[in-house]
Design a protein around this ligand. Structure first.
Ligand SMILES: Cc1cc2nc3c(=O)[nH]c(=O)nc-3n(C[C@H](O)[C@H](O)[C@H](O)COP(=O)(O)OP(=O)(O)OC[C@H]3O[C@@H](n4cnc5c(N)ncnc54)[C@H](O)[C@@H]3O)c2cc1C
Length: 319
């Protein structure tokens, strides 16, 4: 595969991680490499093996669920980007689709709706990629990634490619075997039956046949709900905490935080959103340290108020 490279991966040195996270937080990183195709990813592994880019490698999509550290990272952030939108998402007559890791979820939802393939509508307002959703088992409104996913394609540092069935991904509520491992060791080690050092290249998905009108109506309802309830115009990482299963019946993390009186609570540039209490927003110049301080404070006060220990949903370094 390496001999017929059409494009080289795009390498940038000494970038700031804040550029690569939706909450605009993060210090310097030795290098960032943007990849869209399997060929480019293979080339990254080759460059790494020749020490032409600094290690270790870390993988991301849009960075819409990652809190990067203020002090930065030594190594290379490999960021999956959409590339050519037409070839990055391939539909079959049977209503299945293979989408590359960097493909944006909202575009996937829109195209499924246009084709009258149901079940993808909830992805319309999630500002991440196929790779990020496959790792996080992204979900909304009672639906999640694992309802759609049949298999994922992965690449080893050797360049070998393998298809893993969805069952092997170990999907649970906002988690998978990929998400189980600490973020700073993504790509360096793997638990359970997920082998070492692998990266996600894409996923095969399917949904039931519906009609474009029904899909579009449901998709619009998802987007309208978000616009009404979430601070979409401010930098954030979406929901900070997972919904607990030991709280009062029907109480989400957001409701626990709100009814503990914590909306508007702030540390420096980071604030508990007034629109949605499970969102922390960066109102300007916010840092990882402030985010973590606010997270600890909210966790403690919710525990005091409700006796419930909230667990973070966002991916953080060193935790
Ligand atoms: C406004 C807003 C609303 C949101 N709403 C929701 C919601 O409703 N539901 C929900 O579940 N989430 C939501 N999120 C969080 C986030 O968008 C999802 O978790 C999304 O799936 C992350 O995708 P990403 O491409 O940004 O992944 P990233 O944040 O870049 O990465 C997430 C994890 O996946 C890993 N990863 C990413 N790509 C690869 C790859 N190719 N190979 C190996 N590992 C990879 C990263 O290392 C990291 O561990 C929201 C976020 C925001 C900002």
């Amino acid at each position: 595969m390496g001999a017929s490279l059409a494009r080289r991966p795009r390498i940038r040195s000494r970038e700031r991680l804040s550029r690569y996270s939706s909450i605009r937080i993060g210090g310097p990183v030795s290098a960032v490499v943007c990849v869209s195709t399997a060929e480019e990813m293979e080339e990254v592994f080759v460059l790494r093996s020749q020490d032409k880019i600094p290690g270790p490698l870390f993988f991301s999509g849009r960075g819409s669920n990652i809190l990067f550290p203020d002090q930065g990272i030594e190594g290379t952030l490999v960021r999956f980007e959409p590339g050519d939108l037409t070839s990055a998402c391939r539909w079959t007559e049977e209503g299945e689709v293979y989408a590359d890791a960097g493909f944006p979820l909202p575009a996937l939802a829109r195209e499924a709706a246009r084709r009258g393939i149901g079940g993808f509508e909830f992805l319309a307002g999630i500002p991440g990629t196929v790779g990020g959703a496959a790792v996080m088992n992204a979900g909304a409104g009672g639906r999640e990634w694992s309802n759609l996913c049949k298999s994922v394609t992965v690449m080893y540092p050797s360049g070998a490619i393998e298809t893993l069935s969805a069952e092997r991904m170990g999907y649970g509520y906002r988690t998978s075997l990929f998400a189980d491992r600490p973020l700073e060791r993504m790509g360096a080690s793997g638990p359970g039956n997920i082998p070492k050092g692998i990266v996600l290249l894409g996923a095969l998905l399917s949904g039931p046949c519906s009609s474009p009108e029904d899909c579009q109506a449901l998709l619009s309802r998802h987007l309208d709900y978000r616009k009404r309830t979430q601070p979409l115009e401010e930098p954030s990482l979406g929901s900070v905490f997972r919904n607990p299963d030991d709280g009062p019946a029907g109480y989400t993390a957001g409701r626990l935080i709100e009814e503990a009186g914590l909306k508007g609570e702030r540390r420096g540039g980071i604030t508990v959103s007034l629109r949605h209490a499970n969102f922390f927003v960066n109102t300007g110049g916010g840092s990882e340290r402030e985010f973590r301080e606010l997270l600890e404070d909210v966790t403690q006060r919710v525990r005091e108020h409700w006796g419930v220990v909230l667990e973070p949903e966002v991916r953080m370094w060193n935790s």
